[in-house]
Design a binder for this molecule. Structure first.
Ligand code: ZN
Length: 221
């Protein structure tokens, strides 16, 4: 696992030394699709496409959405996808106190565990924003923090076309890439429509689609 050394004192020195994951093993032809901000009314469609192509992905779910769509979350787990922590209310964590950050993460751990029987091991901070308190909280809860190596920017409003979303992903395809997509937070019809093109495009480049836990297990191989 890559880790960096903090060279000088800065207002948030822990940032530079924490093992925040942005990428898998560059030596292995593996990539990971990740879907943030669900579960939502689009989750079922995303899961169906993954199943159709026989691939797995990682879902960073928002705690407050889980009560509305618990079945989708469970279905994702049963499909051997990874369902992980993306806070309870999707706040800008760096504006919150330590105790508020802890509440955001721990309530989501509990919500996912209650819905699925599986406790997350990964945490992705909303907007990719973190500070020393976020890192400390994640550590306290046994959560590995990760962001991404490439984004589809499919959260843009109006949403980019399916072909634009697919080309943003495929143009960033490389060993170990972690792709950020969204299944919640708005109309994700174009993301869903882009998925078959994304999956077949990645596979045609010889890349295997794996979950983030699978990718992290291969980090040092
Ligand atoms: Zn998000």
């Amino acid at each position: 696992m890559e880790s960096k050394t903090n060279p000088v004192s800065t207002p948030a020195p822990i940032l530079a030394i924490a093992p925040v994951i942005t990428h898998g093993n560059p030596e292995l032809p593996e990539v990971a699709l990740t879907f943030d901000d669900g579960p939502s009314q689009f989750t079922i469609q995303v899961l169906a496409i993954l199943q159709q192509f026989g691939v797995k992905a990682t879902f960073f779910s928002i705690g407050q959405n889980i009560a509305t769509y618990p079945a989708y979350l469970l279905q994702g787990i049963e499909g051997e996808n990874a369902v992980e922590n993306h806070t309870f209310t999707h706040p800008h964590l760096i504006t919150l106190s330590y105790s508020a950050i802890y509440q955001e993460l721990s309530e989501t751990q509990n919500a996912i565990f209650h819905a699925t029987g599986t406790r997350p091991t990964l945490f992705r901070p909303p907007y990719g924003e973190y500070n020393a308190n976020v890192l400390a909280t994640a550590g306290q809860l046994g959560l590995t923090i990760l962001t991404w190596s490439a984004s589809a920017e499919d959260w843009e409003n109006p949403q980019p076309s399916a072909s634009v979303i697919a080309s943003r992903i495929l143009s960033a395809a490389e060993n170990g890439a972690i792709f950020l997509l969204h299944e919640g937070g708005g109309n994700r019809a174009n993301t869903v429509a882009a998925l078959p093109v994304i999956i077949t495009g990645l596979q045609s480049r010889g890349l295997r689609l794996v979950t983030i836990p699978q990718m992290l297990a291969n980090l040092d191989k």
